[in-house]
Design a protein. Structure first.
Length: 255
């Protein structure tokens, strides 16, 4: 072990970018909060806590300084592709605006291009930009959908978010296993068969039995007519059969 490490110095340099003015104000307020709670902000374990929390809050709310539209437009390309594009299982770490306690989950995002696509990482970055703010899950879902719709003008956009809210797990009603699911659809995804394909390929619905069966049950109930329900069942059963033999599920419809 090197002499430098023995002296307690780290062999890397942390790169941190924070607003100094905001940092100083937050640090002052968090020190006062510790005192109000009955703690001694000058004791060894808490001396740097106000600064750490100030930095943490700036990191957790960095989305306010990011422009999701700019993110999407920075990598928009002309492409003649009219099938579904799905980016699923995008991790979400956000703060509930009611209690400023985290909610954690995953976002599943799909769109059907109409002449333009965007870089796949940009979808995840848009989710991140909106997540790193004080949020409610319902608004977060709609904001992601609207940004993609406005930037790319696709044939349709679908967003589903599944999350656990610590504000109802570690306090309040204290239901640790509760999961909140929100969704928003526009354009082609307002059609039952298109929405069914997205939910099936994304492997989203987990309630009761197999995921495919649950998808079928939930979506068939939501169909407006007997004809639509019948078409939906055929579409889903065919997709499940393809998955069972190891085939990829890909839409052959022209949306």
């Amino acid at each position: 072990m090197s002499e430098t490490l023995l002296e307690g110095q780290l062999n890397y340099e942390a790169i941190e970018k924070f607003d100094p003015e905001k940092l100083a104000k937050l640090q002052e307020h968090y020190a006062a909060i510790l005192e109000i709670l009955g703690e001694d902000p000058n004791r060894e374990g808490l001396v740097k806590t106000p600064l750490r929390v100030a930095k943490s809050m700036q990191f957790l709310t960095q989305g306010y300084a990011q422009d999701p539209m700019e993110i999407l437009l920075s990598a928009r390309f002309k492409e003649d592709y009219r099938q579904m594009v799905i980016v699923k299982d995008i991790e979400i770490y956000s703060l509930c605006e009611h209690h400023m306690i985290p909610f954690i989950g995953k976002a599943h995002v799909a769109y059907i291009p109409n002449g333009y696509i965007t870089g796949l990482s940009k979808i995840a970055r848009v989710v991140e930009a909106y997540s790193r703010r004080l949020q409610v899950q319902e608004r977060l879902t709609t904001q992601i959908k609207n940004a993609i719709n406005e930037a790319l003008h696709p044939l349709g956009v679908a967003v589903v978010i599944e999350a656990k809210h610590l504000c109802m797990a570690m306090r309040g009603v204290q239901k640790q296993d509760a999961v909140t699911v929100t969704s928003d659809f526009i354009g082609a995804f307002e059609r039952e068969t298109t929405r069914a394909e997205f939910l099936l390929v994304s492997d989203i619905t987990r309630a009761g039995g197999s995921r495919e069966g649950a998808n079928l049950q939930v979506l068939a109930k939501g169909s407006r007519s007997a004809h639509a329900r019948h078409a939906l069942r055929i579409s889903l059963h065919a997709a499940v059969a393809h998955k069972a033999v190891g085939c990829s599920v890909e839409s052959r419809l022209i949306y």
